[in-house]
Design a protein around this ligand. Structure first.
Ligand SMILES: C[S@@+](CC[C@H](N)C(=O)[O-])C[C@H]1O[C@@H](n2cnc3c(N)ncnc32)[C@H](O)[C@@H]1O
Ligand SMILES: [Zn+2]
Length: 477
């Protein structure tokens, strides 16, 4: 495969920030609901719900990234601020943390790309609003409901006085209305397909018969569907199933046949079969089996990832999982001939990935996979963007910024001559910000010193406070 595969052991926000725009075809993410500190309480567990608000704090939010959020998504920011009133500060912090990452994911997705966000009812309603704001409500495709358990209650609902909950939600969004989707299920198994397409014609093509050509007696009279065709006539006044023109067309295609015995037969050929239609209710993918269990607490079944990868990607496409865990997405991508990028902040994640790839990963005997490659590049630093020009601050950049800002400071908005300005990193380098034009701004010396390595929001607050004091002073005069 031409594109090398990558696994990053890092905070995904910083890795995402340094990936090229419009790079990947498909993103699947299964984020934690709790902070990395209480890692053992997974999404959907009892612990996650009960101690949620203690776990997410503002510390989990990268304040350096707040700036672009406030500038680009003011309505979304107002929504997020309300969450602390409706729910809690912890939920607000969690949603902010997710928003920062989802904005970057949207940027790195190709215009034809798709995103699947796996979550549970604790935060799904807030996350969907965020996705609507970032992807556009018109690009929401489905809420897939995945049934994790076999439906029998675990007993907890007796104590909890509610119905047992057995499902997760997976939100499916696309970046635009041009995208690939295969929303049917192939028959993977030859024996199963031979059983369904149980007849073979003179040319060796498999098909099945028995599809009715006439409407039932009870279906009501349809004079326009009553006609004679090649010597055959409808037995009831309810008529044929097909119009005369369609019938002739199907006959010419070989899907309607007059047999040697002079009988009519309608055929469905395997070659024309588009697969079983899939709906949003996924009840046929069981929780991980013992033979694929890596011991990783929040591991998802390979079959779930196969379903998503088959639906929204093709061979050779690039798949990204920014919350990779034990790298189920990477293993599935490898099995299905897709290129992949996995990111996880936990050091042990990559070790499990190596073991899984070595074992072959193909854990369901029924499915035959291509030979697994074991090669991937493991990085513990951030990548380098190649779609923006990396350039250290220089006088020519300063001149461009001076033009763009019309000679005004981005903090206090005062106009100065160019020599009074300093180039500032919007996202500080210490917080992962890059050396490229889009990440630079001009501040006057005073504003730059006030801000330091802090986010612009800090500087804005300071300026506001100063203005309020000045206003009071002038009022007092
Ligand atoms: C629910 S698990 C994903 C499980 C995965 N779907 C699988 O099948 O193994 C969430 C993962 O996100 C990782 N994580 C949490 N915060 C992260 C961050 N800021 N950057 C990268 N990974 C993070 C955790 O270490 C954890 O492995
Ligand atoms: Zn200033």
């Amino acid at each position: 495969m031409s594109t090398p595969n990558y696994f990053y052991t890092h905070d995904n926000l910083l890795v995402l920030h340094h990936l090229n725009s419009e790079l990947v075809d498909l993103i699947y993410l299964d984020p934690p609901f709790n902070s990395k500190r209480i890692y053992s309480a997974p999404v959907g567990s009892k612990a996650a719900g009960s101690s949620f608000k203690d776990m997410w704090t503002w510390q989990d939010v990268n304040e350096a990234y707040l700036e672009s959020l406030i500038d680009k998504y003011p309505a979304l920011v107002r929504f997020i601020m309300q969450i602390q009133q409706v729910h809690s500060k912890g939920m607000m912090a969690y949603i902010t943390y997710m928003t920062q990452r989802l904005i970057e994911m949207h940027r790195v997705l190709k215009p034809t790309g798709s995103l699947y966000l796996h979550c549970d009812p604790t935060a799904s309603h807030y996350l969907k609003v965020v996705l609507d704001a970032i992807f556009g409500k018109e690009n929401f495709r489905n809420e897939i409901v995945w049934q994790r358990n076999d439906g029998r209650g675990k007993g907890s609902q007796h104590k909890a006085k509610k119905f047992g909950s057995n499902t997760d939600s997976i939100f499916f969004y696309t970046k635009s209305d041009t995208f690939y989707l295969k929303n049917t299920l192939d028959i993977e198994d030859k024996a199963e397909s031979d059983k369904k397409f149980n007849k073979i014609d003179g040319e060796g093509r498999r098909y099945y018969t028995g599809i009715p050509l006439f409407r039932n007696k009870t279906m009501g009279d349809r004079p326009n569907l009553c006609f004679e065709w090649r010597g055959f006539r409808n037995p009831y006044s309810s008529g044929w199933r097909l119009s005369q023109a369609r019938l002739e067309e199907e006959y010419q295609k070989g899907n309607v046949v007059i047999t040697d015995e002079g009988k009519l037969e309608r055929r469905k050929y395997l070659d024309d079969y588009e697969g079983k239609p899939l709906d949003n209710n996924w009840i046929d993918i069981p929780r991980i089996g013992r033979n694929e269990d890596t011991g990783y607490r929040t591991q998802k079944p390979l079959a779930l990832l196969h379903r998503i990868l088959h639906a929204s990607s093709r061979e050779g496409d690039l798949i990204l999982d920014p919350f990779a865990g034990c790298a189920t997405t990477c293993v599935a991508a490898e099995q299905l001939g897709r290129a992949w990028i996995g990111i996880d902040i936990e050091k042990q994640a990559v070790q499990i990935l190596i073991e899984r790839l070595e074992k072959g990963g193909a854990l369901e005997d029924r499915l035959t996979f291509r030979q697994l490659g074991k090669d991937f590049i493991h990085r513990t630093d951030a990548p380098t963007r190649t779609d923006v020009v990396m350039e250290a601050p220089s006088f020519s950049i300063k001149e461009r910024l001076y033009q763009a800002q019309a000679g005004r400071c981005n903090g206090c908005t005062t106009q100065f001559d160019i020599q009074h300005f300093e180039i500032d990193h919007i996202i500080p380098r210490a917080k992962g910000g890059g050396d490229y034009y889009e990440n630079y701004q001009l501040l006057c010396g005073h504003c730059n010193r006030t801000k330091g390595d802090r986010p612009m929001e800090y500087l804005r607050q300071k300026i506001k406070a100063r203005e309020a004091i000045l206003a009071q002073l002038s009022f007092g005069e």
